[in-house]
Design a protein around this ligand. Sequence first.
Ligand code: GLU
Ligand code: MG
Length: 450
Amino acid sequence: MPISDCLPVLSDAEVSRRLTELTDSGVRVLIGSVSDMAGVARAKAVPLRRAGVFHTAGMGASPSWHVFCADNALAFTEQLNVVGDLRLRADLAAARAIGDGYAWAPAEFFHQDGTPSAGCARGALRGAQAAAEAAGLTAKVGHELEFTLTDGDGQALPARHWQGYGLGAVLDRGTFLADVTDALESAGVPVEQLHAEYGVGQFEVSLAPAEPLRSADDVVLARLLIGRVARGHGMLVSFSPLPFDGGAGNGAHLHLSLERDGVPLLSGGGEPHGLTREGAAAVAGIVAGLPGTLAVFGGSPLSSARLKPGRWSGAFACWGLENREAAVRLVAATGGNPYGAHVELKCGDPSANVYLATAVLLGLAADGVARGAELPGEVPVNPAEEPAVERLPVTQAAALEALEGSATARALLGEEIWEALLAVRHHELRAYGTLGTAELAERFRFAWSS
Ligand code: GLU
Ligand code: MG
């Protein structure tokens, strides 16, 4: 079923059916959350009997919600300030019971007259998905969540005995990981795999591919649940791009596959590694658009401290088959890859708004297809060894300047989001641009945790 451009209002009968279902699952409170320009999830909650109103009329929120920063400051603009009111409408059809008497639903911003707010990130992804579908493209997106566990005071876990990708590391946190798996799967978040990552206390949960809006919802919900399970085990979870100076960074890699009329675009064709003409154009669109949109995939004060060569974070503006240092890694269709061919975008991190990151990735691919963009040469080696390959913008300031100069980014995000995002990230740059990495890591360690 094609996605609607705007969050549909459920019929009274459908609302009561959902409420009965949630009541039967023991739900007493519904949380509706949005993700802001700084990548932080913010929420309102209602007793379940008010869930219908949360869905139809919505709960009040000042337009300043669009300009919340990672440090909770408000980066007011002329349009987004102390005057006015928006409504947060919970998507009741997407609500999930999450245990302990709670349900969670993604919410979208509307005006009081019921029209959608152009500053809504989930609305932007809904629009990007609808536009891709209207152009005949069906996308699936799979997200990876990297995170770092700390002790209950936010300090690093002991490094002794830690092995990157280690069996011992998994067993050491065995009950935590089993509880995370249960929590995610019972909330309908499909866990693809879990492993210990490279950094001390760092783990990764990958989610199975899903339609774009659902995949982004699942990331928000997964972060909430991972944080909740960690608290239950006396720990905290950092989703910061760089939780500890000198430690490993947390990426937020996105996997994208595309089909037209049920036929994959990234395999079965005559272009390099089996890409079809349209598939090659999609990859070209992504690579071409990356420098200008990097700030959408992670424009926070810590993003550039993570995005460094030699860390598999995708710091180079290029693509390559199974190249883990390229921003765009092509994963070809082989027997070892049951989901078929896809591209992995590696340069993004969890300080991004996941709805905007997903929307822009999809939008760049669709734009490449629409204009028949030409695929640049593949980089089959470590890009650091190829002087001709450019780094993506290396500082937050450079990423913001590129975003300001990108007509593609502006068109994909829409004027209101583009302005709000720049206002927020410029505030963060002004306020924290002179801090050293250790201070930044400490200041923002839990800024993106739910
Ligand atoms: N932690 C790395 C990052 O910052 C990614 C490691 C990996 O390839 O899984 O993106
Ligand atoms: Mg990883």
